[in-house]
Design a protein around this ligand. Structure first.
Ligand SMILES: [Zn+2]
Ligand SMILES: [Zn+2]
Length: 107
């Protein structure tokens, strides 16, 4: 069973671009505004639309770059590792993170 938790973390694209001022934000679904969740199977879903899919299949934005969207091609998997580990290890535990890393893979 996948363990889901709401996404409250910094933007991996901004971390890649070394924008240190990027802050921890609650992620919401662009289509409906509902909170997004992430699982230890490296999937993301909207809590309302329930459309779970691997991180690699999503694109995202943040207040720093407005309508410019990033996807897997623009951000290395390691940056996602770091971002998620920093934001969620304390809350979800090391086992959750290890499972997450296994499923995230490389791209
Ligand atoms: Zn960003
Ligand atoms: Zn939604």
């Amino acid at each position: 069973m996948a363990q889901w938790t709401e996404i409250k973390m910094r933007c991996p694209a901004c971390i890649t671009k070394k924008k240190e001022f990027s802050s921890v934000i609650s992620w919401v679904h662009g289509n409906c505004g509902a909170p997004m969740e992430i699982s230890d199977f490296a999937e993301i879903r909207c809590t309302k639309c329930n459309n779970a899919s691997h991180i690699q299949n999503w694109r995202w934005s943040c207040p720093n770059h407005g309508k410019i969207y990033f996807e897997k091609q623009s951000v290395p998997a390691t940056e996602f590792n770091i971002t998620v580990a920093a934001a969620l290890t304390a809350k979800m535990g090391k086992k959750w993170l290890m499972t997450f890393l296994d499923h995230l893979g490389e791209w």
